[in-house]
Design a protein around this ligand. Structure first.
Ligand code: SF4
Length: 315
């Protein structure tokens, strides 16, 4: 068994990682997923003493909220999602005051304090059915949604509902990099390739796409026909993941420059940092700098919104 495998076994630790992690971090993970899959997995963690989240902070927070008794750790707690930090609890309260009677749907990419103020969360996999379900339940055709204005616009196009983005200009700094010039350049280079993009991309990119979906949905779309070429409009870790599974897949990142489409925060977690954390666990060291904690009163409200998503998904 390799060093990391031995440390995991000795300490009773499992590693959950997002598809946007580097290929070597993905390779040492016990479970890989997008935010919805990680949230679902977090609900069923039973046999591990420690859980290391190789993600950004909001995903580890969701795991802690769903498993308050578990020790949830991050190898680098500064790995924080810039988009999640664009929407504070006070902004959600302000919008709800301005638009009384409208439900607030928040993307899972939010801080726990914001989740505690909304009516349900959603992920990019289920934003459309969850938003339709809550609008029907409330008997409204307008819904507040944040923090990604591009996801909000995608849901508006797909549902016909009036979606009010909060804040007005929230976005993912990684997906918002892609523009029409990238689409045109890569279409010229790869005229037979299908363009598949994440709904966090700008409208001009979404409108040019052959398929729009969450990371998991993009993987499933490509796996349906691996003889095709794909231009992939999301974080580059997804390409690493698909190439690890299917080395002959023909995938091209939407941003042609090597630095394009990389989430610096997702890449803060490294194998070396994970190994160092495993050694601290093994030696009985101080885990406080690595442990994810959520204030119980905030966690209670956030859990209500997370539970609401799972309920709306079944409708
Ligand atoms: S890719 Fe975008 S939404 Fe995802 S963690 Fe990075 S900044 Fe946040």
């Amino acid at each position: 068994m390799d060093t990391i495998g031995a440390l995991k076994a000795e300490t009773g630790t499992i590693i959950l990682a997002h598809y946007y992690q580097t290929g070597d971090v993905q390779a040492i993970a016990d479970f890989l997923g997008d935010s919805l899959e990680l949230a679902r997995k977090a609900m069923t963690i039973e046999d591990a003493s420690y859980v290391i989240f190789a993600t950004v902070d909001f995903m580890a927070e969701v795991a802690k909220i769903l498993n308050p008794a578990k020790t949830i750790l991050m190898a680098d707690t500064t790995a924080s999602c810039p988009m999640a930090n664009q929407l504070r609890a006070g902004t959600v309260q302000d919008y709800k005051q301005v638009y009384p009677g409208l439900p607030a749907v928040l993307y899972i990419n939010t801080l726990a304090e914001a989740k505690a103020e909304c009516d349900t969360i959603c992920t990019s996999s289920n934003a459309i059915p969850v938003t339709k379900a809550i609008a029907a339940e409330w008997g409204v055709d307008r819904v507040l949604m944040g923090p990604d204005r591009h996801l909000a616009r995608h849901v508006q196009v797909m549902t016909g509902l009036d979606i009010i983005a909060m804040p007005e200009k929230g976005c993912c700094v990684v997906h918002d990099q892609f523009g029409a010039e990238d689409v045109n350049f890569q279409r010229d280079q790869h005229p037979d390739a299908l363009l598949i993009v994440h709904p966090e991309c700008r409208p001009e990119v979404q409108d040019a796409a052959d398929f729009i979906g969450s990371t998991k949905q993009m993987i499933e779309y490509m796996e349906r026909d691996l003889d095709r070429e794909y231009i992939v409009g999301t974080e580059r870790g997804l390409i690493d993941h698909v190439l690890a599974l299917h080395p002959s897949a023909m995938l091209y990142p939407l941003a042609p420059v090597p630095t394009g489409g990389i989430c610096k925060n997702m890449k803060k977690t490294t194998v070396a940092k994970i190994q160092a954390l495993l050694e601290i666990i093994k030696d009985g060291g101080d885990l406080a700098p690595y442990e994810i904690m959520v204030d119980p009163s905030v966690a209670e409200g956030a859990k209500r919104s997370i539970d609401a998503m799972f309920t709306y998904m079944q409708q």
